[in-house]
Design a protein around this ligand. Structure first.
Ligand code: UDP
Length: 323
């Protein structure tokens, strides 16, 4: 297995995965529609402008290259927008993935590693979340990913598709060398928003809820470094003949919103202006991963387990961002 098509390889997690795969000797063909992705983030020699909605553009990529496997990141990921405009989410995330799978099967490409999410679990019934936790997503974004997981099971049985869907917790950080990092527009994620508030690019960070049943009253999340996610995709690809299924990717360590702010202040040596707000709708109090399955099946383990180290890479990127 040498040539990997990375759909959505110009995005945050995709671009880090491309670099990681190349460092491990794989050839990467990056396909992206560049709606949210950044051309500057792509170091692969082969870049193709393609869109999941446009089957002909996908077919052209598969006709041009010999592709051994696909890693599929191309998705819309804004939870709030998915509630306002579910068509956009089901069309791109679900119909688009069906298009991709069609073209793959037509070209006899039967291996795929896919970006899924802990949002497929919905409101947690117990912690830490393991892969056996019931899946009842509470918004169209989470449901779009859940539906694709089910499609993989059916396509696996019927067509011999070999798939692994990786359920990420909160992706965070940037490449260690500072060349690529997170760049969303609009940005909604906690860590980049905290760093922008520290930089003075935003007035403050709004803390959504201080009355949760948690040690400091703010939500707990599991922040996993983007380069650790990248490594897990390679390992999942390499194990596809032995393992197909669903794996959580998180550190297993819960960190509160206030702990993130404190760690960012420590890393940057500056104060973060904070405003306390009401809870944001749809936020569970606590979410963190049981990651034993990924450790056992993939031999994966998160290299970054110290939130300050994770934030240091994000701060380094934020201060020298290239896109
Ligand atoms: N959060 C916050 N202020 C913000 C953005 C996020 O307090 O401006 C909180 C949010 O309520 C959640 C945590 O930070 O508890 C992580 O949110 P994010 O949107 O980064 O990821 P999510 O866990 O929602 O996928």
């Amino acid at each position: 297995m040498k040539n990997i098509l990375v759909m959505g390889g110009a995005g945050y997690i995709g671009s880090h995965t491309v670099r990681h795969l190349q460092e491990h000797g794989y050839g990467c063909i990056v396909a992206d529609n560049l709606i949210y992705g950044h051309r500057e983030a792509v170091s692969a020699s082969s870049f193709e402008l393609a869109d999941l909605a446009d089957k002909a553009s996908l077919k052209a990529v598969f006709d041009k290259y010999r592709i051994d496997a696909v890693v599929h990141f191309a998705a819309f990921t804004y939870v709030g927008e998915s509630v306002e405009n579910p068509r956009k989410y089901y069309e791109n995330n679900v119909v688009g993935t069906l298009n991709l799978l069609d073209v793959m099967l037509d070209h006899d490409v039967k291996k795929i590693v896919f970006s899924s999410t802990c949002a497929t679990y919905g409101n947690p019934q117990y912690m830490p979340l393991d892969e056996k936790h019931p899946q009842a997503p509470i918004n169209p974004y989470g449901r779009s990913k859940f539906v694709i997981e089910k499609i993989f099971e059916d396509y696996g049985r019927a067509y011999g598709l070999k798939y692994t869907a990786l359920r990420y917790f909160n992706a965070a950080g940037a490449s260690k060398d500072g060349q690529i990092g997170e760049s969303h527009n609009p940005e909604t994620h906690l860590i980049p928003l905290v760093l922008k508030a520290i930089k003075g690019e935003r007035d403050c960070i709004k803390v959504f809820g201080t009355d949760y049943d948690t040690p400091d009253g703010t939500c707990l999340r599991d922040y996993v470094h983007v380069e650790d996610l990248a490594a897990a995709h390679r390992l999942a690809l390499e194990k596809l003949d032995e393992f197909q299924g669903f794996l959580n990717l998180g550190t297993g360590i819960p960190t509160s919103v206030l702990e993130i702010i404190r760690a960012a202040e420590k890393v940057s040596g500056r104060k973060c202006p904070v405003v306390y707000e009401k809870r944001r709708a749809g936020d569970p109090a606590v979410l963190y991963a049981a990651n034993e399955e990924a450790r056992r099946v993939l031999g994966w383990k998160p290299g970054y387990t110290d939130i300050e180290e994770i934030i240091r890479t994000a701060w380094n990127w934020e201060m020298n961002r290239k896109f």
